[in-house]
Design a protein around this ligand. Structure first.
Ligand code: ASP
Length: 588
């Protein structure tokens, strides 16, 4: 028998009990007469004590234990004379009578404690050691609970969990596919799913009515920080539903998860149209934990300040109480921050509203103090506030101001720890015109339905009309992170074909890639729609953490590599031959 208890279980009420514990040596301290060892497993840490006077041999053996040795001990629970209030087992220790070393360990390359001294790369390489640390163990266990609660909730609503295949044909979600060459079909390849989108729609046509799956998705994108080439979704689809039904169902799921896992009761989620989100926050995923809505300042045009006069759009934010907090030097630094290529602003204009009612501005030369004061008052600024202003082409300027708003929210400490602000963003455009490729792209994906009132215009309208079509598409945003997205789908063959046309598919291409779905639409496809939540991100957001990587047991690094198993790796010549890929084999 390896253990009667785990390392987090014993309390003062267990004093004098004989116990057996197994675990890892976190650290040992040798105090001459006594040796103390902290024994760790995933449940906690228990202090072991070895007494030189009464058990010399045992104590000498204990002194040889290194960090991360795996041991088994037998002993008696004793009350500690100096207690550790920070530890659940801190009132007791084990007076050891027997020690077995189950496995020795090399000195680990970094410390395995709450805070480690190991850098990112080394921790990725020795992921099995990093995963022993408290913060990661808590994250991975949280993730497991989140999956279990998700299943419980969806099961209670009669959702059916169905596994869809991993070796499939391309499903366009806007990224590149990972492909898997087929040995049995030389020259042909499978694609890994970017999502189970078409399969879940087919399941609706097959009558399953409510489907879900906690499922891996694969997207071969250039890796931005905190993107993973494989990630997990809570993927769902429902039949005979409107957008309203889906929003309510998944608002319910989100509330359930917050309540059961965090004890947080969320109130009803507000809704905002895509157009309003862009106009008021410059983002389709606004962080509503603080205000600073955009303020239209086009009335600053026409006052002989050429920069504004020549701009399509002048817009600002009011940073409350910031006038005194930002010196000229701070504003200069902020301007430089805005001018970095990542943001790309040309400049930054400020108007400070002094506590005494005076006005100071970087464009004071061009506007009378009276005008600026009038403007500040009209826009709701108060003495002590600072207005920050950008100008330029509307869409670009909004994006830049979004960056500035988020930065100011952080700098002014407006984000309260533990605050959660969910939001549904609705009424997304159906199509997005891409100037460069001169093509329409699906804003969500090609299976998304236009709003009912737009169907006629979609079937018969001209090019300009297409830009204005709205979709029954929605995103769930929490604290500025996109947690989920979905849409009501097209379930009519003609409308789906029209959408493929608009997206630049020829009839043959559409037939080749999606013939199965178009065909299925002809055999009784019910109205349906769905949503997918980013499971990794949901884990992180619920825990106020920014990195999804810390919630994935075996993540890839920024180059898409698994550092532990060292993948991807070269194929050998035989494999290349088997897969009919030998022509790509390199000379070495
Ligand atoms: N398949 C979509 C996605 O991965 C979600 C959905 O429309 O249900 O974003």
């Amino acid at each position: 028998m390896y253990r009667s208890h785990n390392c987090g279980a014993l309390r003062i009420s267990d004093v004098n009990t004989s116990v057996t514990l197994s675990g890892w040596v976190q650290k040992s301290r040798d105090l001459g007469g006594m040796t103390f060892v902290d024994l760790r497993d995933r449940y906690g840490i228990t202090q072991l004590v070895f007494n030189m006077e009464t058990q010399e041999d045992l104590c000498l053996l204990a002194r040889k234990l290194g960090r991360e040795f795996v041991i088994k001990v037998e002993g008696i629970v004793r009350e500690r004379s100096s207690k550790n209030a920070n530890r659940a087992t801190g009132d007791i220790e084990i007076e050891v009578s027997k020690l077995d070393v189950l496995n020795a360990a090399q000195v680990p390359p970094f410390t395995i404690e709450e805070d480690t001294d190991g850098g990112e790369d080394i921790r990725m390489k020795y992921r099995y050691l990093d995963l022993r640390r408290g913060p990661l163990q808590r994250n991975i266990m949280f993730r497991s609970k989140l999956a279990i609660e998700t299943r419980k909730y969806l099961d209670s609503l009669s959702f059916v969990e169905v596994e869809t295949p991993v070796l499939i044909k391309s499903t366009p979600e806007g990224a590149r596919d990972f492909i898997v060459p087929s040995r049995m079909n030389p020259g042909q390849a499978y694609a890994l799913p970017q999502s189970p989108q078409t399969f879940k729609q087919i399941l609706m046509i097959s009558g399953y009515d409510r489907y879900f799956q906690i499922v891996k998705c694969f997207r071969d994108e250039d890796l931005r920080a905190d993107r993973q080439p494989e990630f997990t979704q809570i993927d769902c689809e429902m039949s005979f539903v409107t957008q309203e039904d889906i929003l309510n169902t998944f608002e319910g799921l989100t509330k359930h998860l917050f309540k059961t896992l965090k004890g947080i009761e969320l109130s009803d989620f507000p809704r905002m149209s895509y157009d309003d989100a862009m106009a008021q926050y410059g983002s389709d995923k606004p962080d509503l934990r603080f205000g600073m809505k955009f303020i239209d300042l086009n009335e600053m045009k026409g006052h002989d300040f050429p920069v504004f006069d020549n701009a399509e759009f002048v817009v600002g934010i009011n940073a409350e109480g910031a006038a005194d907090q930002f010196s000229n030097k701070d504003i200069k630094k902020l301007t430089e921050w805005m001018q970095r290529p990542q943001v790309g602003a040309k400049g930054l204009v400020y108007i400070k509203y002094g506590q005494d009612g005076s006005v100071k501005s970087s464009v004071g030369k061009f506007y009378s103090e009276e005008f600026l004061k009038g403007l500040l008052d009209a826009k709701g600024a108060k003495p002590g506030d600072m207005m920050l202003i950008l100008c330029g082409e509307t869409e670009k300027t909004r994006k830049q101001l979004n960056e500035l708003r988020l930065e100011m929210g952080n700098r002014l400490g407006l984000i309260k720890e533990g605050d959660f602000k969910p939001l549904w963003v609705v009424d997304f455009p159906l199509l997005e015109w891409d100037e460069e490729s001169e093509r329409f792209h699906a804003m969500h994906h090609p299976f998304t339905s236009p709003k009912k009132e737009d169907v006629e215009r979609m079937l018969n309208g001209d090019h300009e009309t297409m830009k204005a079509l709205r979709a029954d598409a929605y995103d769930l945003v929490i604290n500025g992170s996109e947690i989920g997205g979905g849409s009501i789908r097209i379930h009519d063959r003609d409308l789906q074909s029209r959408n493929f046309d608009l997206l630049g598919f020829t009839k043959t291409e559409a037939e080749e890639q999606f013939g199965f779905l178009l065909g299925a639409f002809e055999y009784g496809a019910p109205p349906h729609g769905g949503i997918a939540f980013g499971f990794d991100r949901l884990c992180a957001v619920l825990n106020n953490q920014s990195s999804i990587r810390d919630f994935i047991a075996f993540p890839k690094n920024n180059q898409g590599r698994d550092m532990m198993i060292d993948a991807p790796s070269r194929l050998d010549i035989q494999q290349l031959e088997d897969l009919a890929l030998e022509s790509t084999a390199s000379a070495d």
